[in-house]
Write a protein that binds this ligand. Structure first.
Ligand SMILES: Cc1cc2nc3c(=O)[nH]c(=O)nc-3n(C[C@H](O)[C@H](O)[C@H](O)COP(=O)(O)OP(=O)(O)OC[C@H]3O[C@@H](n4cnc5c(N)ncnc54)[C@H](O)[C@@H]3O)c2cc1C
Length: 386
């Protein structure tokens, strides 16, 4: 990577037209900062963005990190529920240069993970420029640079860089499914999982959780623990594993082919959970790790939800036919009234909206063009980290 002569060190802040020497001060609204060049622009200060900046800092490569929120790791700090624990063992969730302490529990709470990330930014001198939304990044092929437009707290800012790193993650924007007829007529509360913190305010309420990935399963469990009457829509096949089974499987994958690991882990899952089809939970034909590789769908990690489904504390419904006022009709003919709907329907990346020349890195759906393990490197100096 070439280094920029206009910067004096890593994470150097730009001097805006309004700055008076202080890059964060401004006297006017709607003014535009001077153009500023840096070696590497990193978009997003989640775990991927801060890790990239830390590594660049360790090699004295000047870089700027832009983050639309007012903090790093905003997904973890602002858009996740209180009882969230890491789904993966700590060895798979550490950032470069800083392994987790041996005192940290294997499946740490989100609060421990956040404390780890905060320590990380301070230890490696990562200084994201907060409250800066990257509106566009365009490749200037003549000058061989990326031109980046940023909306700051009170002005537009313009930058150019030799390299651009997309670290905006796969969880950019909440998905509200289009195939829920009548959702707009629902008279109760509709909440997306990204805004759910805990089940306190749902006590004694009938709540329908739509989506049976890890968030949907864990939120149903949390609702039931908080005295809500939780129901869960499960319409696709899925693997249910314990966190220990996932940890064993991931360890074995380092040594054995996926087919053998899948057989072993599926055997453990069948032994532990038996046949769940009478509860509306159907296993795919492929094993959990191959299924993830083929479809992108992760196994669901059970943290107590299955027991509650068995004991009917959590009801399972198949697909939804229509929603009408507060009543929901399901495709097995059942009908029930609900006070709230919780959409655990996932997220999507919208990087291809602001990365104008996304063709060098991404497909039209915002996903990397290259297949793993070559998904991270695009053309013309654009990279993605996740
Ligand atoms: C409920 C839940 C549980 C999870 N559990 C685990 C787990 O146990 N283990 C694990 O490894 N992963 C887990 N994940 C996946 C998680 O997404 C990643 O671990 C991690 O947060 C991804 O980091 P990232 O930096 O790539 O993206 P993110 O953490 O999503 O960070 C992207 C950042 O980019 C910012 N941004 C986006 N667009 C712009 C823009 N245009 N301009 C400026 N800034 C922008 C966002 O505000 C955000 O701060 C979980 C995810 C969820 C939702």
């Amino acid at each position: 990577m070439s280094s920029s002569s206009s910067l004096h060190g890593p994470n150097t802040a730009p001097m805006s037209a309004s700055s008076n020497g202080n890059p964060n001060s401004s006297e006017n609204n709607d003014i535009v900062s001077d153009h500023h060049h840096v070696s590497v622009v990193i978009v997003g200060a989640g775990p991927s963005g801060i890790a990239t900046s830390a590594l660049l800092n360790s090699h004295s490569v000047p870089n700027l990190v832009f983050e639309r929120e007012d903090c790093c790791a905003s997904l973890w700090k602002k858009r996740s529920y209180d009882r969230l624990n890491l789904h993966l063992a700590k060895g798979y969730c550490s950032l470069p240069l800083m392994p987790h302490s041996f005192r940290t529990s294997t499946f740490m709470s989100k609060y421990d993970f956040i404390a780890y990330l905060d320590e990380y930014v301070s230890r490696f001198n990562v200084k994201p420029r907060y409250c800066r939304h990257v509106d566009s990044a365009v490749c200037d092929e003549d000058e061989e640079i990326w031109k980046v437009k940023v909306t700051g707290p009170d002005q537009y800012e313009y930058y150019s860089s030799d390299f651009l790193v997309v670290a905006t993650g796969e969880n950019n924007q909440a998905i509200i499914p289009a195939d829920l007829p009548g959702l707009e007529s629902f008279t109760g509360k509709v909440v997306h999982a990204c805004d759910y913190k805990n089940g306190e305010s749902f006590k004694d309420k009938q709540v329908l959780v739509i989506g049976c990935g890890n968030s949907g399963m864990e939120i149903s469990n949390d609702l039931a623990d908080n005295g809500a009457h939780a129901s869960l829509v499960i319409r696709s096949q899925m693997h249910v594993l314990s966190k220990e089974m996932v940890a064993i499987g991931m360890l074995l994958l380092d040594y054995l082919p996926v087919k053998i690991v899948d057989k072993f882990v599926s055997f453990l899952a069948k032994f532990r959970y038996q046949d769940l089809s009478s509860y509306g939970i159907h296993r795919p034909d492929q094993g959990p790790f191959l299924f993830k590789a083929l479809t992108g769908k992760r196994p669901v990690i059970d943290r107590g939800t299955i027991n509650k489904i068995r004991s009917k504390q959590i009801k399972v419904f198949p697909g939804i036919v229509r929603i009408n006022s507060n009543s929901v009709e399901f495709n097995n003919g059942a009908r029930q009234s609900f006070d709230a709907i919780l959409l655990a329907t996932g997220y999507k990346s919208v990087a291809h909206k602001w990365l104008k020349d996304y063709k060098y890195l991404l497909n039209d759906d915002g996903k990397p063009k290259g297949n793993y393990p070559n998904h991270w490197k695009g053309e013309k100096g654009v990279y993605c980290v996740a």
